[in-house]
Design a protein around this ligand. Structure first.
Ligand SMILES: [Zn+2]
Length: 219
């Protein structure tokens, strides 16, 4: 994953306050989503071309495709799991953080209380994020990176006995959530999923589902 991917920060143990510093408002979160999706140059979700006008005056739809036959107006939400949502980008990023760091999963009631959004919004948010984490619309075909990260307790915070049990088993992931991601090196697009373990048997189906058979895979 790229340096700014959430996974990297989890690995370094970003706290909730750290996340708020990283995303103090909706604008910083929006910029982060745009960078994750497109790198430095937005691509039209309709025609796939990078001839895009940025900074349009519209309050929530800042991009417009310059291709005459297309002229699609879009935001970084368009064509993603955030499509059609009125919730701001900071709410989305904090909800994603809460959901992937919640060891036993996070209820939509908790999102409703913590994010001060309606119960209905919270339910949709949780549902969309879960779906987004396993999205497999188009398999990646460019050079692809596979990365995994663990969220939760570090080994050094476990009891000695627990550590002993795990020694030599290669199972550092007990009590943690493992997140596997694939990134297309050409488009910078990332797909991630919460998985039960990081052994080849668990990872392989996710990788083959999301990566074209011809693609070069870096692990
Ligand atoms: Zn277009």
């Amino acid at each position: 994953m790229s340096k700014s991917a959430l996974g990297k920060h989890y690995r370094e143990g970003t706290s909730l306050t750290g996340i708020f510093k990283m995303f103090p408002d909706s604008e910083t979160a929006e910029a982060w989503f745009a960078k994750q999706r497109w790198g430095n140059s937005p691509v039209c979700p309709e025609c796939g071309l990078a001839n895009v006008q940025t900074n349009c005056k519209h309050p929530t739809i800042p991009y417009r495709c310059r291709e005459k036959e297309c002229a699609k107006q879009f935001s970084v939400k368009t064509g993603t799991f955030m499509q059609g949502s009125k919730l701001d980008y900071q709410v989305w990023v904090i909800a994603m953080y809460l959901m992937v760091t919640g060891i036993k999963g996070v209820s939509s009631m908790k999102l409703h209380r913590d994010l001060e959004i309606t119960r209905k919004s919270a339910w949709h948010l949780a549902h969309r994020i879960r779906e987004g984490l396993v999205s497999g619309d188009n398999p990646f075909s460019g050079p692809v990176e596979v990365d995994e990260t663990f969220i939760g307790r570090k080994r050094k915070n476990m009891s000695n006995q627990k550590r002993k049990e795990l020694e030599g088993t290669g199972r550092g992931a007990v009590g943690k959530i493992a997140l596997v991601g694939v990134k297309d090196r050409e488009t910078n697009e990332v797909k991630a999923k919460v998985v039960d373990g990081t052994d080849a048997r668990t990872l392989q189906p996710f990788v083959s589902e999301n990566v074209d058979g011809q693609a070069t895979v870096y692990i």
